[in-house]
Write a protein of this length. Structure first.
Length: 168
């Protein structure tokens, strides 16, 4: 699927985001953060997002889901790499559908579209993370055949810890 392609289904339309969607993407990120009770961690603004998504060194991509002509969700993803498979993969950073429209199949349609992108790009896997308390998201992924990676623990360096590491 190229960035200019769009897919329509009886459920919703999926398209790649463009630079003009930057404000919408920031709004959806903030709605996701509200849902996840993490609003205090959101520092992204339109300028930063525009530079990372739509400039020469694009580090992530975004799909927009539209229902009845209105944007109602998004999937933000980027490439990673599996040394064991010797292939690229796609990492789903965020998948969000507005709460009042959940259960209609919009999230499944976004993920199905993303799976097609992964296969077309020769990726060996599609993965992401779910908050431990988000039972509906966990059930969603389990119902699609995803397997939890319970043997793995995510470690993160950010802010001052990241800066401190560079001084060692």
């Amino acid at each position: 699927m190229t960035s200019s392609e769009q897919t329509d289904s009886p459920i919703c339309a999926i398209r790649f985001a463009t630079k003009s969607d930057t404000g919408l993407i920031v709004q959806l990120i903030k709605e996701l953060a509200d849902y996840e009770k993490l609003s205090h961690e959101v520092v992204v603004d339109e300028m930063t997002l525009r530079e990372t998504l739509f400039h020469q060194r694009q580090v992530a991509e975004v799909l927009i889901a539209e229902y009845q002509g209105l944007p109602v969700g998004f999937a933000l993803f980027f490439h990673n790499y599996s040394t064991f498979l010797g292939k690229p993969g796609l990492y789903l950073e965020d998948l969000f559908v507005k709460p009042h429209l959940r259960g209609l199949g919009i999230g499944k349609h976004l993920l199905t579209y993303l799976a097609k992108i992964a296969l077309e790009r020769g990726c060996g896997r599609l993965e992401g993370s779910v908050l431990d308390w988000n039972k509906s998201a966990i059930d969603f992924y389990l119902n699609l055949g995803a397997q939890p990676m319970s043997d793995w623990t995510v470690f993160r360096l950010t802010g001052q810890a990241l800066i401190n590491l560079t001084k060692q």
